[in-house]
Design a protein around this ligand. Sequence first.
Ligand code: SF4
Ligand code: ZN
Length: 312
Amino acid sequence: MPITCRKCRSANAEVYIPYARLSLCPKCFLDFYVRRVKRTIEDFSMFTEDLTVGVAISGGKDSAALLHALHHAYPNLRLVALHVNLGIPKYSAHCQGKVEELAKMLDVELHVFNLYKELKIRIGDFEKTIFKKKICSACGTIKRHIFEELARKTKVDVLATGHNLDDVAGIMFNNFLYGHWDQLIRLKPVLPPLMEGFAVKVKPLIRISENENLLYCLYADVSFREIGCPYSKGTSAKKRTKDFNNLSKNNPYFRHQVLNRFLELIPMLENIHPKTVLVKCQVCGFPSSGSICAFCKRVLLVKNTIDNDLVV
Ligand code: SF4
Ligand code: ZN
């Protein structure tokens, strides 16, 4: 016999939210999701409606659900969609197509940074460098920097990313295991600007699982990418997720517990670990822990490798 939705008490329930013990129909699930995003934004004082919020969108379900939910939760908020085209054959064009489709559907301003057009490099070029086996690490550095740059160019006050509960809890757990305290601190829901003139970074989906994002996209008719990045196969991040998933298999609260305990721990860690002193990168002027930032080092490395290949 079908279960009735616990909220409206009329439609059939299709979704079960284990941590809230709620069976919901699609419409009530969409309301639940948007309210949860709003509540997270309020609980962590992420932003107010008079600010401009940039959303880093990749074409995947998490950031697509985030942009759509923010648009519905705050109809008067100035939202700007930001996207990086990484120059990965087939994949990047497909992702950009999905992003353009969503921005058009919501009538949201979209800014795309094309890595090849702007810098004459593609993510695949890192295969010829020492990052051959760590493409995602190089890609992460490149994307983080470009999103900061796009946020500055488009004058957004707050940069929102689609990090979900599974990502954040999994990475927190891993950083804890390996004692990467600085990286654990960086997983806070709200990160202050690196320097004056930079955006505040927020994670409004930090309490929402990957599965909930998927369901939101499906029920709200939000189209997202259907193909995977060719470099994602067998990465250590995927392996870590598998280990973490095994631990949380029999406990629906596990990820929430991990997140909550680490959020309690972070202020103590911040007291123990002195903040890294940042200076301006000599090449791009962005905040950096050394004289040349990680982004510029990687771009220079790739450009030199390409130039040497041309000479040979
Ligand atoms: Fe970049 Fe790795 Fe993600 Fe592909 S899977 S987009 S290379 S971080
Ligand atoms: Zn730099």
